[in-house]
Design a protein around this ligand. Structure first.
Ligand code: PLP
Length: 398
């Protein structure tokens, strides 16, 4: 007799257990789900095939629409995030693009924080308006006024990235959700940098969560995205927009994600610890003019209340002397790789002004707090003393 199968509700399991067992652990007959590297599944009888195509019968039919390995990942992510359902996509950008077009198609409008990853800012600023979906950026998103003033009769959703990339602003999701709901529209939260280990936006009032799974979840090995929320919404998305636009995840990617997610909590702890130590070191360095990490500075106490489990491994700092000195530091580092990702085992450095946020107008970057001297670090899981030594020797070059 297998005693542990007597648990009555999977949702009662703790987060660290759900990373490993979530999404069917109590009913699965396989220890590890295989990779369904197939384009199509047999449909059965004609009646069964017609019912599957019509969506009246559940079952796998074609991997652009449903795949068993991807389905397993979706179920696991849903329980980890505390969502009714999940839809995985080919990338974080495709998740945000899909949900935005689904909610605001046909002349809708989005109100968004201006503290965004550069690609998302550009999607809202240029791509969606070219399709007739307008946007208003809130320039002081900690304050409710901009969100309220941004709303119009055509607004279909509010969008928040929390924490934000690259300056790691932390927002009060509950406060912004209350404003959003007073207008009767949903709040979408991009929770990529928090992961469900550090924050669960749905429990704070958000309606939809999006993730880039290319960061912490995949540990640098894959590109992927996810949309999480109520079952009706996810089912509707799957049946229509997702099915006919095709931004699906490959089963190999899903399989790698399932493996990496098993260690997410443990990895996040190390990212958080290293980032805090590096932020403290940089905050005391004479050649660093500003440090952006929620655990230090005036807002630290308030931030700890909003994210008590930690702030993740991303941080930024500013050197005096603009691009020239930023280049000097970036190119003098020996351990940090100059590469555009977040949340890998190795520490990475990037130059937001000309790289990740280079698609934004200079005036928009400045409004979002990004200057020509800003460098963004993704702290990996090396020994923090080696990272500090590396930063020390690179800053000495200025
Ligand atoms: N959201 C955030 C906060 C990001 O930092 C990124 C990428 O850096 C994305 C979304 C886009 O994700 P992807 O690269 O998986 O398309």
């Amino acid at each position: 007799m297998v005693k542990h199968r007597k648990f009555s509700a999977e949702t009662k399991l703790r987060p660290k257990t759900l990373e490993i067992h979530g999404g069917g652990a109590l009913t699965d007959s396989e220890l590890r789900i295989g990779v369904d590297r197939v384009a199509a599944y047999p449909l059965g009888t004609l009646e069964e095939g017609e019912a599957k195509f019509a969506g009246t019968k559940e079952g796998f039919m074609y991997s652009r629409i449903t795949n068993r390995t991807v389905d397993k990942l979706e179920k696991r992510l849903a329980v980890m995030e505390g969502a009714e359902a999940c839809l995985c996509t080919s990338s974080g950008m495709s998740a945000i693009d899909l949900i935005s077009k689904y909610l605001a198609n046909n002349g809708g409008h989005v109100v968004s924080s201006n503290r965004l990853y550069g690609g998302v800012f550009h999607l809202f600023d240029v791509i969606l308006p070219s399709l007739g979906i307008e946007r208003t950026f809130v320039e002081d998103p900690q304050n409710g006024t901009g969100w309220i003033m941004g709303h119009s009769g055509r607004t279909k959703f509010f969008h928040l990235e929390n924490p934000s990339n690259p300056l790691i602003d932390i927002f009060d999701i509950k406060f912004i959700a209350d404003i959003t709901h007073s207008f009767g529209v949903p709040l979408v939260v991009d929770s990529t940098l928090a992961t469900p280990v550090l924050l669960k936006p749905l429990s704070l009032g958000a309606d939809i969560v999006v993730h880039s799974l290319s960061k912490y979840m995949g540990d640098g090995e894959v590109i992927g995205g996810a949309i999480l929320g109520k079952k009706d919404l996810i089912d509707d998305l799957k049946k229509m927009w997702f099915r006919d636009t095709g931004p699906c995840m490959s089963p190999d990617t899903a399989s790698l994600l399932l493996a990496h997610i098993e260690s997410l909590t443990v990895r996040m702890r190390e990212h958080c610890r290293n980032a805090m130590k590096i932020a403290a070191f940089l905050a005391g360095h004479p050649k660093v003019s500003r440090v952006f990490y929620p655990g230090i500075g005036e807002r630290a106490e308030r931030n700890r209340k909003l994210m008590p489990k930690g702030f993740g491994g991303l941080m930024a700092f500013e050197v005096n002397g603009g691009r020239e000195n930023a280049k000097m530091v970036l190119e003098s580092l020996k351990l940090f790789w100059h590469a555009p990702n977040i949340g890998e085992s190795r520490s990475l450095i990037i130059y937001p002004w000309g790289e990740t946020h280079g698609q934004m107008a200079d005036s928009d970057k400045l409004k979002a707090g990004i200057t020509a001297g800003t460098l963004r670090l993704s702290l990996g899981r090396e020994d923090h003393r080696d990272l500090i030594y590396d930063l020390h020797q690179a800053l000495e070059k200025i």
